[in-house]
Write a protein that binds this ligand. Sequence first.
Ligand SMILES: O=P(O)(O)OC[C@H]1O[C@](O)(CO)[C@@H](O)[C@@H]1O
Length: 551
Amino acid sequence: MSTLEVTATGAAADAVTTHVPTLVQDRVASRIFAKDHTLWGPAAEEESAKRLNWTGLPRTSRHLIGEVAALREELSQAGYDRVVLCGMGGSSLAPEVICATAGVPIDVLDSSDPDVVRAALTDLDRTVVVVSSKSGSTVETDSQRRAFEQAFRDAGLDPSARMVIVTDPGSPLDNDARAAGFRVVNADPQVGGRYSALTAFGLVPSALAGADVETLLDDAEAVSDLLAADDDANPALRLAAAMAGTQPLRDKLVLVDDGTENVGFGAWAEQLIAESTGKDGTGILPVVAIGSAPASLYDDGTVVRLVATDSESDSVGEQDTSDAGGSASSAASLVTVAGPLGAQIMLWETATAVAGRLLGISPFDQPDVESAKAAARELLDAGIGAGVEPAFTDGSVEVTALGGDWLGDATTVDAAVDTLLGLLDDQQGYIAVMAYLDRLGDADLELVARDLFDRTGRPATFGWGPRFLHSTGQYHKGGPATGVYLQVTTAPTQDLEVPGREFTFGEFIAAQAGGDAAVLAEHGRPVLRLHLTAHDEGLEQVRAALSRGRA
Ligand SMILES: O=P(O)(O)OC[C@H]1O[C@](O)(CO)[C@@H](O)[C@@H]1O
């Protein structure tokens, strides 16, 4: 029996019936694993040709197991028992899920908030820092690296003894780190960031934190032939059809943790799916359900129940029915997925690549992420205070509207939120809450996503800034124009210099929010920015405004 199970019912089962035979006939699965870069059309060939090595990672990453085990032993002998990972998107989300699932501690720093960065610069004498960046040019990660190097030096500690660099061979970071005597582990350059879970980006920080990465690779290798098979039973073909083949397209994919042992899996899948498919005006929006969402939560989406590997769900083919009433849940379109983490990483990567073919887009580029980075750089160069003037201040919240003259005569936070939600398309709309706050300290703000659904009946996503910029951020800007966007930013308790740079962390994160909002506005997408002039008081005002009853 396969250690992977994918069962579809309702509209998802219809999509399986409609599309899988053609995918089998076109030999899509075997061609992906043969690294056929022509599968996504001529425009995608250049990028695809250098982004398909993820298919062989269960074997080609084996050498890392011994290398990192030796490094872990050396570092623990030296007394380092805390691992901090500096990285964004694909360079941090996979280790976060791998370590959470393994139950080993790792501090993931994927923020440019000065208070969050400062809080990470502690316990330096027992800390090893992994700095992961494929390109070596991601400003968040470079700034975090600079801050740690400075902090180690200020504490009289040798940075090169307690920092491990993971990057592509020949990246600016690779050259600089080697020249400065740092340990560097190179990753396979023929793998894109969001597909890099089984490269050094996923394996090095996780193994240093104590996760069993050999089993992860074993579980991935155990299903590789199944996923490469041109066969109706191939779970990746079925999942791809269910994700991207419904008619009409159900473009909200509600990820519900329904007992899976893979802790926090939704955050990793969210980046893989949103950044891979959200472009050219189409795409699939993962909606990570907060709490135990009822499967019928969204009628116009497809619900994915992530269940435990040993659960009783039937295997593929035995329960794929088109009768929505025949499913275990009332969702009109439902997929149930089970399997260990290593197997699911390969499953979802393969399914997302196939989904790109079904949607007619390249699953390997992220054109709109770059536009937000460029806009942020422009704001940094223009100096703080550049950008759109606030409309008004209500208590401890400064209110700014972008993307059109839609604010009307609102003079309070409540009225501004009501007006934004009033713009929602009641058939296809979604609300994106983007909080440039401390994702640990302000964690319960995520619950407003449920309140917004209950209030509007529409899907609401919640992303922590700047982390989401490397995930759903691509979809927000490149996907369909059906979103309304709510930014929450805050004044830092205390700003923090970025050593060697002409901007501070506080200026940088403000420019990131401003840049993203500017690009959304350029695409005609309405953005409401709620800036907390005083964190605690402002946050209570925002939480109250978002959690109010139906407008
Ligand atoms: O590893 P890097 O090059 O720092 O990039 C980090 C992340 O930024 C992106 O390139 C764009 O969001 C992701 O694809 C990637 O995972």
